[in-house]
Ligand binder design. Structure first.
Ligand SMILES: *Cc1c(COP(=O)(O)O)cnc(C)c1O
Length: 395
């Protein structure tokens, strides 16, 4: 059995996405900037995809800019809002401690350029408090950027309320909605969103393509200079096939959202129930306000990496917030942000389920994680110290 339980890292492309892409690659391969009919055909296909994407989030087609993915959209959104602020003498930005690195590293860069950044606490449940956000807003705040749903622990933020507070104070609100798009209902108007980032490969579309929603009236700053594509805001010949694949994948995800997410929540809760029976374990993040497919646990006394390798031997693809994934020895900044101490954060496991997850697979996951955790503990020096009472259990 092979179980792919790493859908937060990337997803399998849907048949609908592949079927939509093939004719664009094989037949309608023109350049949308070309003036002859064949090029204009590609332009029509591109604009049809833009309308489809826009309608899913209740935006207008001209408010959608195609990018190379979520990272680029995050970079462009944040840098644009910062540049608009700078013009008005506003150089304060509010975000959270557990954003994706595409956001955090962009903010770091802006700090070096003279901006001041306040990172909000996300508490033990992985949720931003709207009152704390409001209290952090100052006269010189030019941007609030808070992710829709966290990629590691899956917690879903009170986006609509955050957007309302930003609106009341006249501050631009950006949300990294990469994990939420196609999995949770999103309406940019109802949710008071000014800028939003999304990425196709997180909702069964192709990799290397995404989009940025930009509310009418907000001026973007270019990251890539060149031709006049995307109304002059993002140069480079459009990746028409991938854009069409993204639109098809999104349309399909949204069409089946209700049934799919009802099923995933049921499977997620079964999995949480099963893993919670492992002694000295704890779920990370709020149990209810979380993505339909996200399960993230810490197991005391073990190393996330060894856990992943042994699960791999048993056909399970999963992820951990610890060392190797990030290429450093520090545990996940997300787990540290919710107050997990280093040792505990190192023993983390993220299982992100797909729409087709079955009860049988959930049982297989529980059984194997249970066995592997027990096996690793059997020769873990940290575990031995805990059991002997030489160190205190935290979980
Ligand atoms: C995957 C991810 C990104 C990056 O998207 P890419 O398309 O891979 O660049 C950004 N933010 C979040 C929350 C993500 O999960």
């Amino acid at each position: 059995m092979m179980i792919y339980a790493d859908n937060a890292a990337t997803t399998k492309m849907s048949r609908a996405a592949i079927d939509a892409m093939l004719p664009v690659m094989e037949e309608d391969y023109g350049n949308p900037s070309s003036l002859y009919t064949f090029g204009q055909r590609a332009k029509e296909i591109l604009e049809e995809a833009r309308s489809q994407v826009a309608s899913v989030i209740n935006a207008e087609p001209r408010e959608i800019i195609f990018t190379s993915g979520g990272s680029e959209a995050d970079n462009q959104a944040i840098r644009s809002a910062a540049m608009l602020g700078k013009k008005k003498g506003k150089n304060h930005i509010i975000s959270t401690a557990f954003e994706h690195h595409a956001v955090l590293h962009t903010l770091k860069r802006l700090e070096q350029e003279g901006f001041e950044v306040t990172l909000l606490d996300v508490h033990e449940d992985g949720l931003v408090r709207v009152e704390e956000l409001e209290a952090a807003i100052r006269e010189d705040t030019c941007l609030v950027t808070v992710m829709f749903a966290n990629n590691e622990i899956g917690t879903v933020q009170p986006i609509r309320q955050i957007g309302q507070v930003c609106k009341n104070h006249g501050v631009i609100f950006h949300t990294d909605a990469v994990q939420a798009m196609g999995h949770l209902p999103i309406d940019v108007k109802e949710d008071n969103i000014d800028l939003l980032s999304a990425s196709a490969h997180k909702f069964h579309g192709p990799k290397g393509i995404g989009f940025l929603y930009v509310r009418k009236g907000i001026r973007l700053t270019n990251l890539i200079e060149g031709g006049a594509q995307e109304r002059g805001l993002r140069a480079g010949t459009e990746n028409v096939a991938s854009i069409v694949g993204m639109a098809a994948a999104l349309k399909e995800s949204v069409a089946h959202m209700k049934e799919d997410t009802d099923h995933m929540r049921k499977m997620r809760d079964l999995l949480i129930e099963g893993l919670a029976r492992i002694p000295h374990s704890a779920l990370n993040g709020d149990p209810v306000k979380r993505l339909p497919g996200n399960v993230n646990f810490c197991f005391e006394g073990i190393e996330g990496e060894s856990l992943l390798l042994l699960l791999d031997d048993r056909g399970i693809c999963a992820s951990s917030g610890s060392a190797c994934t990030s290429g450093s020895l520090d545990p996940s900044h997300v787990l540290l942000a919710i107050g997990r101490v280093h040792d505990v954060a190192h023993g983390s496991l993220r299982l992100s389920l797909g729409e087709d997850i079955t009860e049988e697979q959930v049982e297989y996951l529980v059984k194997n994680v249970e066995e592997v955790v027990e096996y690793l503990r059997s020769f873990s020096p940290i575990w031995r110290r805990l059991v002997k009472g030489e160190a205190e259990f935290i979980l």
